[in-house]
Every structure is written in C-alpha cells, then in structure tokens.
Design a protein. Structure first.
Length: 115
C-alpha cells in the first residue's frame, strides 16, 4: 500500500488576522464561524472536499498568493460574479471565456471562481 495518498487534505492560505479572515471567508462561503481556532493561528473552513486552512503564522506580504492556489466552484458564473461585486472584492479579471474570474481576499491572496 502506498503510504502517501493521491488526495489533497487541505490548502493553506496565509492571512494576517485569523479572526478577520475566518469571518470574511465564512461570510463569503455561507459557513458558520463558530469553529475552533487551533494554536492561536489556524482556522479550518468546513468545506465539501479538501479543507481551506487559514493560517496567520505563515502570513507575510511575500507569502500571499499572486496566482490562484485554488478554485471555488459555481454553477452560475454571472451570479457568482454579481455576488462577489456585492462583497466589494478587488477583481483581478472580469469573467473570462464565460467560465472563470479571479479576485483578491482582504490580505491580497488571489482566488478563482470557476464554472
């Protein structure tokens, strides 16, 4: 049996404030924010699939993602774009190929939403 699985358990995102990032991501994704902050610097978002792990210990301006490290899914790219506009995010792109767009979280990490 292979000791390393071909499965992603989680993706770490560097954030400057664990509480502020937890609140922003939970609001964005419609998740409860009542989970535990581990070791004073880690919050695991309860996702369907691999976890998103917010971590303030690994944060520095040099560590923020300048390209998307993950993509969030949607069935309706136009509705998702309008939703993100209502959240007043900083967009990196418009809707490209009627399929995806990129934006920044409050710390400047680039994220993608894809149909």
């Amino acid at each position: 049996m292979q000791p390393v699985f071909n499965r992603i358990g989680g993706v770490f995102i560097p954030v400057s404030s664990i509480e502020a990032a937890r609140d922003w991501y939970c609001d964005l994704l419609g998740l409860p924010s009542a989970g535990e902050i581990f070791f004073g610097h880690i919050y695991v978002l309860p996702m369907e699939g691999p976890d998103i792990v917010l971590d303030s210990k690994i944060y520095s301006p040099d560590n923020v993602y300048k390209v998307p490290a993950l993509q969030l899914r949607t069935d309706n790219i136009q509705e998702a774009y309008e939703y993100m506009q209502s959240k007043q995010v900083e967009f990196i792109t418009g809707i490209e190929n009627n399929h995806w767009f990129n934006f920044k979280d409050p710390d400047g990490n680039v994220l993608m939403i894809c149909k």
